[in-house]
Design a protein around this ligand. Structure first.
Ligand code: NAP
Length: 275
């Protein structure tokens, strides 16, 4: 059986994590290629994973049948320009992890209708605990979807969404979501220290509480709502905290924040498509 050859355009944090996960899952290193303008980044990737690294995007995509676009969104158009003729000729499967750049804009820049999968990962992918949502355009076969699913499960879990607009919602939930939990952790650590705990103890208590709650929610048959009720004894401390948070409008504050992220994702798609 032959393995597909994947070319990563951009070898930064996210590409590096996915490549690491792929290598660990047994994808042959000679079937992974990566291009990046930075010599030190290429050296780092080659040292870590022994994958062929290229300065030239065009050289990188030669003989590849899967292209993963992994540059920052602002430079994606320019990166595509350097490979568009080759892609139009070889008609590979394209996957893009660039936040905010729509599939139709990518295909417009390539200038050819290709099977394209938009992927929205999140930062815990850097420690193989990411979750990615993916949307496949009409030209993708189930084999294409299976292949990209395999690539992204190298750094965490995956879900498929039915419309490209759902990617904006995903951005407001799991894409930006780690920052919401970090914000809560920041507040909790600060309060613990203000109440006399050491910074180290506060960090351990807060981070382990977050990780433990996530693990419990993941392993339990119950919904987070039921789990919350189970730890909330009548007239107890948790109830006091939750009643206070609810009366201060925690539901509205979080809802407003998520809506702002979704709205910004829609706006960025327009701005990035125009520039
Ligand atoms: N990190 C996340 O949590 C996350 C979550 C969701 C989506 N994403 C998306 O994933 C993509 C990559 O993010 P990242 O955090 O891995 O960014 P990153 O670390 O900055 O990696 C991007 C790499 O692309 C290189 N590059 C710049 N111009 C290029 C070109 N024309 N051709 C080829 N490579 C080029 C950059 O080199 P220089 O640094 O030398 O410019 C850099 O090494 C972004 O589009 C982001 O929106 C990331």
């Amino acid at each position: 059986m032959t393995t597909d050859t994947i070319a990563f355009i951009g070898g930064g944090n996210m590409a590096s994590s996915i490549i690491g996960g792929l290598c660990a899952s047994g994808w042959p290193v000679n079937c992974i290629r990566v291009s990046d303008p930075s010599a030190s980044q290429r050296e780092k990737l080659h040292k870590l994973y022994q994958v062929p690294c290229f300065k030239s995007n065009l050289e990188c995509v030669t003989n590849a049948n899967i292209i993963v676009l992994a540059t920052k969104p602002q430079v994606l158009k320019q990166a595509i320009k350097s490979i568009r003729d080759s892609l139009s000729q070889t008609q590979p499967l394209v996957a893009s992890i660039a936040a905010g750049v729509t599939g139709p804009d990518i295909l417009k820049w390539i200038g050819s209708p290709l099977p394209l999968i938009r992927v929205m990962p999140n930062t815990p992918a850097l420690v193989n605990r990411g979750v990615s949502a993916m949307y496949a355009n009409d030209l993708c076969s189930s084999q294409h979807k299976e292949t990209v699913n395999h690539i992204m499960t190298a750094v965490g879990k995956t879900v498929w969404v039915n419309t490209e607009a759902d990617i904006d919602t995903v951005t407001g939930i799991s894409g930006s979501g780690p920052a919401y939990f970090f914000k809560l952790m920041e507040i909790m650590i600060e309060k613990a220290v203000q109440n006399g705990l050491t910074e180290d103890d506060a960090k351990t208590l807060v981070i382990e509480t977050a990780a433990g709650a996530a693990e419990l929610a993941n392993n339990s048959e119950q919904t987070p709502s039921i789990l919350r009720k189970q730890v909330t004894s009548p007239a107890g401390t948790t109830e006091a905290a939750l009643l206070s948070m609810e009366s201060s409008g925690i539901d509205q504050v979080v809802t407003k924040g998520i809506n702002a992220a979704i709205e910004r994702s829609r706006e960025l798609a327009i701005i990035l498509g125009e520039h």
